[in-house]
Design a protein around this ligand. Structure first.
Ligand SMILES: C[N+](C)(C)CCCC[C@H](N)C(=O)O
Ligand SMILES: O=C(O)CCC(=O)C(=O)O
Ligand SMILES: [Fe+2]
Length: 421
């Protein structure tokens, strides 16, 4: 690794020449005792800004806005927003990252009130806005949630009195759509009222916020208990809480349900906030929560009924978290569709069953169950990455229509309306 050593020497020389900082102690600990003050902090002219920085051998350290941040030099060069490195019209990088010397270090660093100036060995200057660095640093991101949410049980949800949005206002006003999406993002479920009870009007609603995700069930689907497909959903039987399409590599993001007709009894819909239940597991048994995020599982859909032949397999853990902040973003829970477990050895399997039991107990607590009777005119949107659904058995003729939505496009609409998503 002589390139590293060379650049190390170079930067030391450069720093010596301009009397600046060096991290002497990094590779030569003996210097530490000789020059205990060799590591210097640089402060801004205006102390009130409370900003200081230090140049280390392998990273740049910045203290600002009560945050200590550490930046890799290649990262800093890669994130240059100058006109030649970044096209601010397209918001795309022009710089070829592969052309950056992996041992790059700045020649000089200067700080004014709000901006850091790096001059690179080839003379190129990068300006970093201090607030931009805070927002975009790992340390800054680690403390933030990607998606603010209100976790709920039946009481919390009912007390919140979340208003439904009217069909007209949903379709015709940005305000109506925004209110709807805000509630949907916070709670993982939301209702639209006064929708004409047809498949076409349901489709119109769906298209207002997203692209419809076409699947093996079609684009818009329409189902009764006629067992036209090889799945329990197409019967009158009860369905325990679950998320759908666990057997897709990317389970469908959102599910839309509109009950067009029911002449009979039963058939209520059950909704359970999977993230609330998972949070209880995290509090009570953190190592079980962790196991549920680690063990990969297969889910499977095998169908051979009539003309329908399908074999779908999806792999993933029950709980999916972002590794940098441990935020939960997807629960994959469907005991009907879970495939043979053959991805982990027996002892891990046993611990997994224990963890799965703990989660199931939380999911099944009656106080976590929110029951609704879907009726014509009232369309339900469910975040299928968060909220589990189920249904009571029923009698009589029952017709449901709906669709799945692509999650990216729902979030896209939300962001365009100014929501955090
Ligand atoms: C919604 N729709 C009736 C079209 C499909 C139902 C899919 C049922 C499947 N067991 C799953 O949970 O994914
Ligand atoms: O019939 C219902 O209410 C829901 C059935 C179901 O779980 C589904 O279609 O995904
Ligand atoms: Fe389902």
């Amino acid at each position: 690794m002589w390139c590293h050593r060379l650049s190390h020497l170079q930067s030391k020389l450069q720093n010596l020449l301009r009397g600046g900082v060096t991290y002497w102690a990094f590779q030569q600990p003996s210097f530490k005792s000789l020059f205990p003050l060799a590591i210097q902090w640089h402060h801004t002219a205006s102390k009130s800004l409370n900003c200081s920085w230090q140049q280390h051998e392998d990273h740049f350290e910045l203290q600002y806005a009560n945050t200590v941040m550490r930046f890799d030099y290649v990262w800093l060069r890669d994130h240059c927003r100058s006109a030649s490195c970044y096209n601010s019209k397209t918001h795309q990088r022009s710089l070829d990252t592969a052309s950056v010397d992996l041992c790059i270090k700045p020649k000089t660093i200067r700080l004014d009130e709000t901006t850091l100036f790096f001059t690179w060995p080839d003379g190129h200057v990068t300006k970093y806005d201090l607030d931009w660095l805070v927002r975009n640093s790992y340390e800054g991101q680690k403390q933030k949630v990607i998606q603010p949410r209100i976790l709920w049980n039946a009481e919390i949800y009912q007390q919140a009195q979340v208003p439904s949005v009217d069909f007209q206002s949903f379709l015709e006003t940005n305000e109506g759509l925004k209110n709807f999406l805000q509630n949907f993002l916070l709670y993982g479920i939301a209702f639209v009222e006064n929708v004409p009870p047809t498949q076409e009007h349901t489709e119109k609603l769906a298209e207002r916020i997203s692209l419809i995700r076409e699947t093996i069930y079609g684009r818009m689907w329409y189902f009764t208990s006629d067992f036209s497909r090889g799945d329990t959903a197409y019967t009158k039987l009860a369905l325990d809480r679950h998320t759908d399409t666990t057997y897709f590599q990317e389970p469908c993001g959102i599910q839309v349900f509109h009950c067009l007709k029911h002449e009979g009894t039963g058939g209520r819909t059950l909704l359970v906030d999977g993230f609330y239940a998972a949070e209880q597991v995290l509090q009570k048994a953190p190592e079980e929560f962790e196991l549920l995020t680690k063990v990969p599982l297969k889910h499977e859909y095998i169908e051979n009924v009539g003309e329908c032949h399908n074999h779908m397999i999806g792999v993933g853990p029950v709980l999916n978290i972002y590794p940098w902040n441990k935020e939960l973003y997807l629960i994959r829970y469907n005991n009907y569709d879970r495939a043979v477990i053959n991805t982990v050895p027996y002892d891990v399997v046993h611990r997994w069953y224990t963890a799965h039991r703990t989660l199931t107990i939380e999911l099944r607590r009656p106080e976590n169950e929110f029951w609704v009777k879907l009726k014509p005119g009232r369309v339900l949107f469910i975040d299928n990455w968060r909220v589990l659904h189920g249904r009571e058995s029923f009698t009589g003729y029952r017709q449901l229509c709906g669709c799945y939505l692509t999650r990216d496009d729902v979030l896209n609409t939300a962001r365009l309306l100014g929501l955090q998503a």
